[in-house]
Ligand binder design. Structure first.
Ligand code: SF4
Length: 240
């Protein structure tokens, strides 16, 4: 099977185009084997930090049997496979799932926060940026003109935690791996990151006390929340 990937920096200007002939099935199968799973019971991760505090509370105190449906598992594997393809295209990516040194963990010394960027991008043999990869279905992929707020927060927060200046977000069409959209951001500033660190501290304190924190419902957050059937704060669209 021939897979064509166009890499377009910042989602706009085509920079390089590489064609790869790979066995996608084999790449995804290998990626499944290399997927890394983190136990987030005693810290808040970057993928959670922009989320609803009540959802994070439920995730850690009343976990459901939901361990990721088939689509999510496949999505993780596709993301790992995409990193391999980006490397074949010339990007120097290290510390990713399947890399000999695995993903890097960055723990904050004073807050209950730890992050695991999908990879670290090197330029001229020096770490330069964190990499975050997302896979989405083709219909949603076509609609995306701007990345989700939570993705941007996660990626920029990862860069802050890693002490790197840049954050790269790559979104891939999971249906065929034929196209990607790409954005580059600055790392989160100290002031901005402090707000998220304090949020994490409050949520972990609420968990320790057994007191539900406030909810922050939104269409984006509640749509995919596995706790929405029991949640009294679930986002309801205006009926005007
Ligand atoms: S349904 Fe919405 S408001 Fe309720 S916990 Fe989930 S994300 Fe938060």
């Amino acid at each position: 099977m021939t897979v064509q990937i166009e890499v377009r920096p910042e989602g706009r200007t085509k920079n390089t185009q590489e064609n790869y002939s790979i066995n996608v099935e084999a790449a995804i199968h290998r990626a499944f084997a290399n997927k890394e799973v983190w136990d987030r019971s005693d810290y808040i991760g970057a993928s959670e930090i922009a989320g609803c505090p009540l959802k994070i509370y439920y995730d850690k105190t009343e976990p459901t049997d939901f361990k990721g449906n088939g689509k999510t598992e496949r999505g993780h594997a596709i993301e790992v496979a995409l990193i391999q393809l980006l490397k074949q295209g010339g990007m120097d990516i290290r510390y990713h799932a399947g890399h000999i040194n695995h993903q890097k963990e960055f723990r904050h010394p004073d807050y209950p926060v730890a992050v695991h960027p999908d990879g670290i991008v090197y330029q001229r043999s020096k770490p330069f940026a964190v990499l975050e990869v997302k896979s989405v279905g083709s219909e949603y992929f076509r609609k995306i003109t701007e990345p989700l707020h939570s993705w941007v927060v996660q990626t920029r927060f990862n860069a802050y935690m890693a002490g790197l200046p840049k954050a790269l977000l790559v979104v891939v069409n999971a249906s065929d791996l034929e196209d990607v959209k790409w954005w580059e951001f600055e790392a989160m500033s100290e002031v901005e990151a402090k707000g998220y660190l304090e949020k994490a501290k409050k949520i972990m304190a609420a968990i320790e006390l057994g007191a539900e924190p406030f909810a922050e419902p939104s269409e984006e957050r509640c749509k995919w929340c596995e706790h929405k059937t029991k949640c009294a704060n679930v986002w309801i669209p205006d009926k005007e």
